[in-house]
Unconditional design. Structure first.
Length: 402
């Protein structure tokens, strides 16, 4: 893919897209009308289109790889287009989200092109192998050995094709998940904000709606922070503010961000942390992110009126020295043994059949936790019994400057 065609009157949006594409060696075209937009797409068949629904109207984009941008109400009114596009981005557009989604769609389209090339190679190889089999009885032992080698190459290519298809499916599922996870809190915030603009609601209802808006805002903030954190980790552009920090302060801040979720689900939180526990050397905000992610998982996977326990102790570990160990356990659904090895992988999510409702999230939280803890020279692990709950633990060296 070499060209992106963007139809919008938003100068800021143009600048963000053009800057990101220039960094990737892609050209950008800015048509002024929908007719020019269609014409340029036809001249650049197979490239990516971006359409701002607030500036124009398109009736059909089938067969065109496209990203749709617009106000939530505009997008909702054009539900027919949503099924045809690669992705949607509701306004106001955050540059980081736009760049992330644009890069993911570009990556997906490039991967699709590569996949087609490999499929053509496999088809060609299948024909060659079939021809070789037709001549099987006419060849000697040397040619048989050659056919065996060809079969080996064919299997290798098939395996590569399967891996590419699996990766493509993973990317597609992630794009669907991220679209849903970002849209859900935005929709709630917008809906309850519109209700609050009505002067007829009483004070109690106002407070209740404001609490819902606050919860959904926190949820959206966590989702975006996880996306930005994983992006920084993968690009190696993450900054670490390492210094001596109290594990008590880390836990207090993480718990404060989850109190509304815990209360909403009627869960009981038991905290047991020694007041004189040793400090650790690390990045406070990123370690707050770790504890917050683990608490969020405990809340999501626990049934109402369950119990979450958070303990922090000092342990003397052989060949490692003194470490602070933090354990967050719940009385939720637990994790199957075969899934315990995969849950720290990016994008991996627990299978849906263990819950009536699918947990919130994008499968990034535990992968981020693992990256952060390992950067601090620590370890993270899980212990779980399916149907009875889980315990996630991590340990960090006491006051050691890395």
């Amino acid at each position: 893919m070499e060209t992106i065609v963007l139809l919008t009157k938003d100068k800021k949006l143009r600048a963000v897209v053009e800057n990101n594409c220039n960094q990737q060696g892609l050209s950008v075209q800015f048509p002024l009308t929908i007719e020019e937009w269609n014409e340029q797409l036809q001249n650049n068949n197979g490239n990516l289109a971006i359409l701002d629904l607030d500036n124009c109207r398109a009736d059909d984009i089938r067969g065109i790889p496209a990203i749709i941008i617009g106000q939530p109400a505009t997008i909702f009114n054009r539900i027919d287009l949503i099924k045809q596009c690669e992705d949607i981005i509701p306004k106001p557009v955050m540059p980081e989200v736009l760049i992330f989604k644009l890069n993911k769609v570009i990556e997906k389209l490039n991967l699709s092109e590569e996949l087609k090339k490999y499929q053509q190679k496999i088809k060609k190889l299948d024909i060659e192998v079939e021809t070789a089999y037709n001549e099987w009885e006419k060849i000697d032992r040397v040619l048989k050995a050659s056919l065996l080698e060809t079969e080996k190459d064919r299997n290798n290519l098939k395996e590569l094709n399967q891996q590419l298809e699996k990766l493509n499916k993973m990317k597609s599922e992630f794009l669907i998940t991220i679209s849903h996870e970002l849209k859900t809190p935005l929709s709630s915030i917008k809906a309850f904000s519109e209700i609050l603009l009505n002067d007829k609601i009483d004070k109690a209802e106002t407070l209740e709606f404001l609490q819902i808006i606050n919860i959904e805002s926190d949820r959206l903030d966590r989702l975006i922070n996880n996306l930005l954190m994983m992006s920084c980790i993968e690009t190696g552009k993450i900054c670490w503010n390492m210094k001596a920090v109290s594990i008590n302060k880390i836990i207090e801040k993480a718990v404060a961000t989850m109190q509304m979720d815990i209360k909403e689900k009627e869960l009981r939180l038991e905290i047991n942390v020694s007041p004189d526990i040793s400090d650790i050397y690390g990045d406070k905000e990123k370690l707050v992110n770790v504890v917050g992610n683990l608490l969020s998982n405990a809340v999501n996977f626990s049934t109402s009126e369950g119990t979450i326990r958070l303990n922090a102790t000092e342990l003397l570990i052989e060949n490692r020295g003194l470490e602070v160990c933090v354990c967050i356990s719940d009385t939720g659904v637990g994790i199957k043994i075969e899934e315990q090895e995969k849950i720290f992988d990016k994008f991996y999510q627990i299978k849906e059949d263990i819950l009536i409702d699918k947990p919130k999230g994008m499968g990034l939280g535990l992968a981020i936790c693992k990256e952060i803890i390992e950067h601090h020279g620590g370890r993270i692990w899980v212990e779980s019994q399916f149907g009875k709950g889980s315990s996630f633990s991590f340990s960090l060296p006491v006051g050691v400057e890395l």
